[in-house]
Design a binder for this molecule. Structure first.
Ligand SMILES: [Zn+2]
Length: 271
């Protein structure tokens, strides 16, 4: 489902350059095997607000100016950021982590999950910033790219068509990419080999499974595709269906699906 995660491409580096005055452009993230040190570019980014930790882990956090928050009859899984603001915000509970404001609700949702809280802490230590980019900047031969992690740029990028999806779905993307961030920092499966590439995608999907399991315990049953289709768009419906499938995957099936989805990319460039 997700695009390859540790690719580094000039197009994205140049996009980030506009944001953080990056000038370097590397050809392979795998060459960057050492955990990236805190860098001035991430800390120098100006944020317009610092988001506080949620008062409770039992309710969804919603930005006050998001009109979706006023729809109190809306089911938990249908909440999305309807304004799509792109100014940058920081997080009091994760200093160093920066995201576009439209992703802040997803960051907080992931923070409410025990494992997500740990992943966000690690992402903050790596000074990760989360932004939306054009799908063409992530594509690199991958059809319908979703999101990717670029270690050298300390960047988690979400393909633009997906930026306005349900907060629940966006937090799932973050759980996957932040698992890559944590693994990369720890030196787990960072080499350029096919097995390492498959292993890190399996680990990221297992992280998604745990996030999804926690979500339904706290908020309720996963919606049927029909209900999603009635409330949200077709893209949301498609992701809800695929995550429902992922949540129920056995370990063996998850491995087979990962090979099916990532095998070609892993064989071409090690993930
Ligand atoms: Zn991945």
């Amino acid at each position: 489902m997700h695009s390859s995660s540790v690719l580094t491409r000039c197009s994205v580096a140049l996009f980030v350059a506009l944001l953080v005055q990056f000038t370097a452009c590397t050809s392979s993230a795998e060459a960057d095997t050492a955990p990236p040190p805190p860098t001035k570019h991430a800390t120098a980014l100006a944020v317009s607000e610092t988001i506080l930790a949620p008062a409770s882990d039992q309710s969804l956090f919603c930005l006050p100016d998001n009109p979706g928050c006023a729809k109190i009859t809306q089911p938990w899984w249908a909440l999305r950021n309807e304004n799509q603001p792109r100014d940058l915000v920081g997080f009091a509970f994760a200093p160093g982590l920066i995201s576009e404001r439209r992703f802040a609700e997803a960051v907080v949702l992931l923070y409410q999950v025990p494992e997500g809280r740990d992943l966000i802490t690690q992402a903050a230590a790596q000074h990760i910033h989360v932004i939306g980019v054009a799908a063409s900047d992530l594509a690199d031969g991958v059809a319908d790219p979703v999101a990717a992690y670029f270690p050298a740029q300390h960047l988690v990028a979400i393909a633009e068509p997906n930026a306005s999806l349900s907060i629940v779905i966006l937090a799932d993307f973050l759980s996957h990419e932040f698992r890559h961030v944590a693994d990369f920092a720890a030196g787990v499966d960072t080499d350029d080999s096919y097995p390492a590439c498959i292993d890190r995608e399996v680990r990221a999907r297992q992280t998604e499974q745990r996030y999804l399991a926690d979500l339904v315990v706290r908020f309720g049953k996963w919606p049927s595709p029909g209900r999603v289709g009635d409330q949200l768009g077709q893209t949301d419906q498609s992701f809800f269906a695929s995550l429902r499938y992922l949540a129920a995957d056995s370990p063996a099936q998850l491995y087979r699906d990962t090979v099916d989805d990532y095998g070609l990319g892993c064989s071409q460039h090690g993930g």
